[in-house]
Design a protein around this ligand. Structure first.
Ligand SMILES: [Zn+2]
Length: 229
C-alpha cells in the first residue's frame, strides 16, 4: 500500500454550471483494460447507473464491467443512507468523533468563487467518497435537488464517474488555475491541470469526461486496478 490508499476524496454537491463543458472524444480508444465493479444491491443506486458513470472513462480506454462477487471486483461500491448533512455540520460531528476525512472548510475569501453570496460551506454536502484503494461510498440522501427527496439519476452517474476517476488514481482538478479555495491535490509531477472536469471537487454539469480529465488520466500516477497494486 502506498500513501494514497489512505486518502479519502469527496465529491460535493454545488453544481458548477458551465455554459459549455468540452467533451473529450476519442473515436479509437486503445483498450487498456477492464475495471470490474461490484455495487451493493440497492433499489435507487442501481448497478446500471454506476456502470453508466464508469463508462464516462471509455474514451481513455477503460472498459467497465459489473461483477456479482465483491471479491472479484477492482472497485467495491457501497451505498449509505445516512442523512444528508452539510459538510459544515459533518465537520462539527467529526470533530467530536475524530472520524472525518477528506472534507475541508471554505475560507471566507473563497466565497466569491461562487455565484451566490451565501454560506457555501453550509450548503455543501457530500455525494460520494473514494478511498482511492478500491472502496467507494455513494450518498443518495444528498442526490436530490432542493431537498425534494427524489434521487436524480444523472447525479448518481456523475458521482460514480467522479469516484471511479479517483479509483483510477486521479486527484481533484481545480476549475480555475487560480482556485486554491478547495482541497485540491497535486500529483507527483507537480503540473497543474485546471478547468471544467468531472474531477473538479464540486460536481460539474456534464455527462462526459473533458479533455482535462483525459490529461489527468494520462498522468503516471493513474492505474486501472486499485485493489491489485
Ligand atoms: Zn472527489
Amino acid at each position: 500500500m502506498d500513501s494514497k490508499s489512505t486518502r479519502v476524496l469527496a465529491l460535493i454537491s454545488v453544481l458548477l454550471s458551465c455554459a459549455s463543458v468540452p467533451e473529450y472524444v476519442n473515436s479509437k480508444p486503445a483498450q487498456l483494460g477492464t475495471l470490474h465493479i461490484w455495487v451493493q444491491p440497492d433499489p435507487v443506486i442501481t448497478a446500471n447507473l454506476v456502470l453508466d458513470g464508469c463508462r464516462f472513462w471509455e474514451p481513455v480506454g477503460v472498459k467497465c464491467e459489473i461483477v456479482q462477487n465483491p471479491a472479484k471486483a477492482d472497485v467495491v461500491v457501497s451505498v449509505s443512507y445516512e442523512p444528508c448533512l452539510s459538510l459544515a455540520r459533518k465537520r462539527v460531528a467529526a470533530t467530536k468523533t475524530g472520524a472525518m476525512a477528506g472534507v475541508t472548510a471554505l475560507r471566507p475569501e473563497c466565497k466569491a468563487v461562487f455565484p451566490k453570496d451565501e454560506d457555501i460551506t453550509e450548503a455543501w454536502s457530500m455525494l460520494g467518497l473514494s478511498t482511492m484503494a478500491g472502496q467507494v461510498t455513494l450518498y443518495p440522501m444528498c442526490m436530490s435537488w432542493a431537498g425534494g427527496g427524489i434521487v436524480v439519476p444523472d447525479m448518481v452517474r456523475r458521482t460514480a464517474a467522479h469516484e471511479v476517476g479517483h479509483e483510477l488514481g486521479i486527484n481533484h482538478v481545480p476549475l480555475s488555475c487560480n482556485d486554491n479555495c478547495v482541497q485540491y491535490e497535486l500529483d507527483a509531477a507537480g503540473a497543474k491541470l485546471c478547468g471544467p472536469a468531472i474531477m473538479n471537487a464540486p460536481i460539474v454539469d456534464a455527462m462526459h469526461i473533458t479533455p482535462i480529465d483525459a490529461d489527468a488520466f494520462r498522468r503516471p500516477n493513474t492505474r486501472l486496478f486499485p485493489n491489485r497494486q
